[in-house]
Design a protein around this ligand. Structure first.
Ligand SMILES: C[S@@+](CC[C@H](N)C(=O)[O-])C[C@H]1O[C@@H](n2cnc3c(N)ncnc32)[C@H](O)[C@@H]1O
Length: 387
């Protein structure tokens, strides 16, 4: 018998509106253990649906089904199959991509990324953590990977009272794997790399940027050279900047591997470096800005907006006429309209007229679930300096 959790009328309304999360304030009564799948009841004890339950999180319930449809392992298997079939149908020209994007695949708090023959999973709630052995068995059966790694070192796990750890769940996982994205190969450290190893969500934006890149390239916040290595094939001069020494070492290795050794990898703070380059009178034909999420929560939005404005204003000043700026924000708390407003201000203050050439988002393997704004986090504008 599943445990039960009673929610408020407001919580029930939220579920009816299509959102899978119920916050702590809307939980009225709990008769269940943390980490289990529970029956969710409305204030009049009618079944709202079945959900993953956490006894420590600010989001205690993540809905799996609506109404009387129970959530069992067969449901997980069907949803995994459907997520896998969707990615297969995309026909991506890459060996690394996201297979399961949590809420957007109706598998809340479960992430599965494919890196060639290996999978990396993240269990971001108590119940998914507890279900990992079953999920691993299903992935082995459905995908047949050489190895599965759990990157359960994500900070959000602490909000669930879960331990942070990295462990092999199946087969063998080498220290690094090599994956291909279009014409480019990247060497990836699955155990220690940021996110699950690569910023897979930018794959299609890297591809789009290649349609415009030329001349002198500046890739700010480069990580392992995702944009720089891809674009350097058509940019005779290329500088890639990251603050992390590990990332800079990886940019160099990826540049060598892809026959673009002219990529100059610099360990620096982009904020300082943009100012220095401006003072030095440098100009670039192609600039990429892909910073980390500046707004991790609502309280940090004003500072984040100031940060986005600063780097975009400086980048616009460094841009040659006719040059392109590929500028991104992966802060969920800064929505598309806010980001567009910042770009407008940066354009006005830097006296740089720019036109929007493309308005983009995370790749199609990271779908956005309508009605769940949290699943739309990555904005990417491609701008052209008009004058
Ligand atoms: C979103 S990732 C970039 C991903 C990359 N564009 C790609 O396609 O793989 C952000 C990167 O910014 C770096 N970073 C964070 N703050 C920085 C700063 N102030 N200056 C330079 N790099 C920074 C991080 O180390 C991280 O590698």
């Amino acid at each position: 018998m599943a445990g039960t959790v009673v929610i408020s009328a407001r919580g029930e309304q939220r579920v009816r509106g299509g959102h899978p999360w119920i916050y702590r304030a809307d939980v009225v009564d709990v008769r269940a253990d943390g980490g289990t799948i529970v029956q969710v009841l409305g204030p009049r004890r009618r079944t709202v649906g079945y959900a993953l339950f956490s006894d420590r999180s600010q989001i205690p319930l993540r809905m799996l089904t609506r109404g009387e449809t129970a959530a069992d392992l067969a449901l997980f298997r069907t949803r995994l199959q459907s997520a896998l079939a969707y990615r297969a149908a995309l026909g991506l020209d890459a060996t690394a991509y996201r297979l399961v994007h949590a809420e957007a695949d109706l598998l809340p708090s479960l992430v599965v990324d494919r890196y060639g023959d290996h999978l990396v999973v993240q269990a971001l709630s108590q119940a998914i953590d507890r279900l990992l052995p079953e999920i691993t068995r299903m992935l082995v059966e459905l995908v047949g990977p050489a190895g599965i790694l759990a990157r359960n070192d994500a900070k959000v796990r602490t909000l669930e009272g879960l331990e942070q750890k990295v462990e092999v769940l199946h087969g063998e996982v080498p220290a690094t794997v090599v994956v291909r994205e279009g014409p480019v190969e990247y060497e990836v450290d699955l155990r220690r790399g940021q996110k699950t190893g690569l910023f897979l969500d930018q794959r299609e934006n890297r591809e789009a940027a290649a349609r415009y890149a030329r001349g002198r390239l500046l890739d700010g916040f480069s990580y392992s050279g995702g944009f720089a290595v891809r674009l350097a094939r058509q940019c005779p001069e290329a500088v890639a900047i990251d603050i992390s020494p590990d990332a800079v070492a990886r940019i160099r290795a990826n540049a060598e591997r892809n026959g673009v050794p002219h990529v100059e990898a610099r360990e620096a703070n982009v904020f300082d470096e943009l100012r220095r380059l401006e003072r030095a009178g440098e100009r670039y034909d192609t600039i990429v800005l892909d910073p980390p999420a500046f707004a991790k929560n609502k309280a940090s939005v004003p500072n984040a907006l100031a940060g986005y404005k600063e780097i975009n204003l400086r980048a616009m000043r460094l841009l040659t006429p006719g040059g392109h700026l590929v500028t991104c924000s992966c802060s969920y708390n800064v929505d598309e309209a806010m980001f567009a407003a910042v770009l407008h201000e940066a354009s006005v203050d830097s006296h740089t007229p720019v036109a929007i050439v493309e308005k983009r988002m995370q790749g199609r393997d990271h779908p956005v679930l309508v009605g769940v704004p949290e699943t739309y986090y990555l904005k990417c504008f491609i701008l052209r300096r008009v004058e």
